[in-house]
Design a protein around this ligand. Structure first.
Ligand code: HEC
Length: 141
């Protein structure tokens, strides 16, 4: 074991292990669970446009995981958090934006794995467009 890289490994493991929390079907407070996933979206979005190689693959994979986990965490209107009631009035349209984001992320992932950086950028742009498309009508400002 190289002890210099140990803290980095612990951090990587913690980040990896934190991801599946959002995938639990049952949750005590889904509104609280959404926040770190959304913050992860924000952090990944800042780095993703300039990423290449393994970093691009990791960024796209994180978006795939995040957008796969998010819809279930919005199912219960008893936990509005900072979400507008309009999300539950138009739930199919609301969740449809998550689907668009996940599809963009999957396209970016496949392109990054194939070394197709134009395809990767296009997928990331699709994902990036969904943030404001959803926050505009559905997020409390
Ligand atoms: C389909 C809807 C939807 C999409 C797509 C979406 N968000 Fe959100 N986001 C929300 C809602 C709703 C909230 C308000 C918090 C809540 O109730 O979960 C939020 C909150 C946030 C927050 C604030 C978290 C905090 O600290 O309170 C950030 C940051 C964020 N989103 C980033 C992003 C980024 C970046 C993207 C795109 C890569 C994105 N979101 C895509 C709906 C969405």
């Amino acid at each position: 074991m190289n002890f210099k890289i140990f803290p980095a490994l612990v951090l990587a493991a913690a980040v990896t292990l934190s991801a599946p929390v959002g995938l639990q079907a049952q949750s005590d407070d889904p509104a609280a669970e959404r926040i770190p996933i959304m913050r992860s979206n924000g952090m990944v979005l800042r780095a993703a446009p300039r990423a290449s190689g393994d970093e691009a693959i990791a960024a796209a994979q994180t978006f795939v995981d995040n957008f796969a986990a998010l819809p279930a965490l919005f199912e219960d209107p008893a936990f509005p958090g900072n979400t507008q009631p309009a999300a539950w009035d138009n739930f199919d349209a609301f969740v449809g934006i998550f689907d668009e984001a996940r599809q963009g992320a999957e396209a970016a992932l496949a392109a990054a794995q194939a070394g197709d950086m134009n395809g990767y950028s296009a997928g990331i742009q699709t994902v990036a467009a969904t943030c404001s498309a959803c926050h505009g009508p559905y997020r409390r400002q």
